[in-house]
Design a protein around this ligand. Structure first.
Ligand SMILES: Nc1ncnc2c1ncn2[C@@H]1O[C@H](COP(=O)(O)OS(=O)(=O)O)[C@@H](OP(=O)(O)O)[C@H]1O
Ligand SMILES: Nc1ncnc2c1ncn2[C@@H]1O[C@H](COP(=O)(O)OP(=O)(O)O)[C@@H](O)[C@H]1O
Length: 179
């Protein structure tokens, strides 16, 4: 096991649907697990299918989704897991709530997974942008529901300019320095 400063840490990915949050979370998890680090992933899509099934996409529900996830992340990080969260987290006040009000007992880093709306629309990984065009989705992030650009993220990863491996390396360099 590499001796990283990795225990009790939350890496929180914010970004539009299709920006690359899940892909980078999966890649980072593989890399850390190879080095023997205990990792837990909390992914918006999966949480919404299970414990957050009662929540929709109104601003209040999104805030509650973020709040509950942050409480879980804190609990797990306090037990020395490295917790990787992928949630759109569209509002700056939500991001401040995570860092200042909830996950304040362990290292918590907000990472902006950056890709333009146009790029995400072209990627359209899950066909949601197509559905949105057809008027089939309520409160879609980036059109009917706002996505505020993060003001003070701890790291910005441009998934238009860097490859998946380059982004993962940037995460490792910034947050997992071997000691
Ligand atoms: N209206 C609307 N807007 C945005 N996204 C939608 C919507 N409806 C369903 N989905 C799917 O839900 C995933 C986003 O959920 P999150 O929990 O990450 O959102 S939030 O942080 O509460 O804003 C998101 O996952 P990602 O594509 O991985 O971001 C979508 O698959
Ligand atoms: N540098 C990169 N980082 C992450 N994803 C990338 C990158 N370059 C291209 N992609 C592609 O963009 C898409 C991102 O989808 P996904 O990870 O599901 O986004 P999100 O979880 O933010 O909705 C994937 O098809 C992925 O292969």
């Amino acid at each position: 096991m590499e001796n990283y400063n990795s225990l009790g840490k939350v890496i929180w990915f914010t970004g539009l649907s299709g920006a690359g949050k899940t892909t980078l979370s999966n890649n980072l998890k593989l890399k850390l697990e190879k080095d023997g680090i205990p990792v837990i992933q909390l992914d918006g899509d999966l949480l919404r299918e299970s414990v957050h099934r009662d929540l929709g996409f109104s601003q209040n529900d999104r805030k509650e989704n973020v709040r509950r996830t942050a409480e879980m992340a804190k609990m797990l990080a306090e037990q020395n897991y490295c917790v990787i969260v992928s949630l759109i987290t569209p509002i700056e006040a939500f991001r401040q709530m995570i860092k200042n009000d909830i996950v304040n007992s362990v290292d918590c880093h907000i990472v902006y997974v950056k890709a333009s709306f146009q790029t995400c629309q072209l990627r359209d990984v899950k066909g949601l942008y197509e559905k949105e065009k057809a008027g089939l989705i309520k409160n879609f992030t980036g059109t009917k529901s706002p996505f505020e650009e993060p003001l003070k993220p701890d790291l910005v990863l441009s998934t238009e300019e860097s490859t998946i491996d380059q982004c993962t390396q940037q995460l490792m360099n910034q947050f997992f320095v071997a000691c």
